[in-house]
Design a protein around this ligand. Structure first.
Ligand code: SF4
Length: 361
């Protein structure tokens, strides 16, 4: 069941390609490739893997003209909207727009003077391409940093508003904003401050969050608190590692808050002295093999028949360890007994039947 958010605030709706962001649209899951954008094959393969795991909008870095000239081919080879990440050089932004990208991430304050900004804005407006102003604690303007002494939430907000004003002065309002800090508390405070000042859609993320566990924890806490308070229209979980690994974390956060439902949620018991099957291996294997399933489904893997089915009553389907055998249960009721060695295969068949989606083997 999808719940509405606590104190949900309504932002303006914009479109990145065909994907609505803001307003009454569901929170959108984004990611960014970590391949060399000039490497067409590697970049497109990664985008396809991201899409299979649920990425709805993808961003690629465009550090030079060679990368910009690869964008048109990339755009034609993928089916989710493509955002070009630009710094410093307005010509890269113009080239990306002409290549047909669906969004830009750039800060108008760092691409040159007014005339250069005007040219980018005009081209973006003609094509109805939105721009994300992305303020980052590591790249704050020197004068703002000097005044606040550190990249505080107030400093981040001032930088964001300064960049937004440059776009607004040119008559551009297809804007979304992000203000990322590596500090979870600063991120939360900054977005809360910002959301009181603007009604543009907000892109949430905790930057430089760390490796898988650390990144997942920081993102879950930072994004979770904000989303719970109705702040955030699109999210990116940031981890050091393959970006595909961000997807289950992003959907896990949204699922936990009742905001989105997608894919298989594996419910597994912590195991104890009663455990009769290898819960860890089974749970990991199920998670791995069902990673690309889109239909929402709860699958339980429980260690014993004493408490297992009862504890997992909410699950659509599950397995529980029994003596020498395992059992399959649905909605908390035991339906059949299976030899332990056959458990994984039997459960995968049940999932396939319930979702109608082929499992990756
Ligand atoms: Fe222990 Fe059974 Fe509960 Fe798992 S389901 S923690 S094995 S009692």
């Amino acid at each position: 069941m999808i719940h509405s958010r606590i104190g949900s605030r309504r932002t303006k709706k914009i479109y990145v390609g065909s994907v609505a962001i803001g307003g009454d649209a569901p929170v959108v899951v984004q990611s960014m490739t970590n391949t060399d954008t000039r490497d067409f094959d590697a970049t497109v393969s990664q985008i396809r893997r991201l899409e299979a795991r649920g990425c709805e909008v993808v961003r690629v870095a465009v550090p030079d003209m060679d990368a910009a000239s690869t964008l048109e081919r990339i755009k034609k080879a993928i089916s989710i909207p493509l955002i070009a990440d630009i710094h410093f050089d307005y010509r890269l932004a113009l080239a990306a727009l002409r290549a047909g990208v669906d969004g830009l991430r750039l800060n108008p304050g760092n691409i040159g003077g007014r005339e250069k900004i005007r040219r980018v804005v005009k081209e973006a407006l003609d094509r109805r391409v939105p721009i994300r102003v992305g303020v980052n604690s590591g790249s704050l303007e020197k004068d703002i940093l000097a005044r606040y002494g550190r990249p505080s939430p107030e400093a981040l907000v001032e930088s964001a508003l300064r960049n937004v004003r440059i776009l607004e002065d040119e008559g551009f309002n297809l804007i979304k904003i992000s203000i990322k800090s590596s500090s979870v508390m600063d991120t939360i405070r900054a977005y809360m401050l910002l959301s009181e000042k603007v009604d543009y859609p907000l892109h949430l993320g905790v930057t430089e969050a760390g490796t898988l566990v650390q990144g997942a924890v920081k993102s879950a806490v930072g994004l979770g608190v904000l989303l719970y308070h109705g702040i955030g229209d699109t999210i990116r979980v940031s981890i050091t590692g393959p970006p595909e690994e961000e997807m289950p974390i992003a959907y896990g956060i949204l699922r936990s808050l009742g905001l989105r439902e997608r894919g298989v949620e594996v419910i597994s018991c912590p195991t104890c002295g009663r455990t009769e099957i290898d819960v860890l291996t089974l749970a990991c294997e199920i998670e791995k093999r069902t990673a690309t399933i889109k239909k929402p489904l709860k699958v339980a893997v429980m260690g014993c028949v004493v408490n297992g089915p009862g504890e997992a009553r909410e699950a659509d389907v599950g397995i529980a360890g029994g003596r020498g055998k395992g059992i399959i249960f649905k909605k908390g009721r035991v339906v059949k007994k299976i030899a332990e060695a056959e458990l994984l295969y039997a459960l995968l068949r049940e999932i396939e039947e319930l979702t109608g989606e082929p499992l990756c083997r």
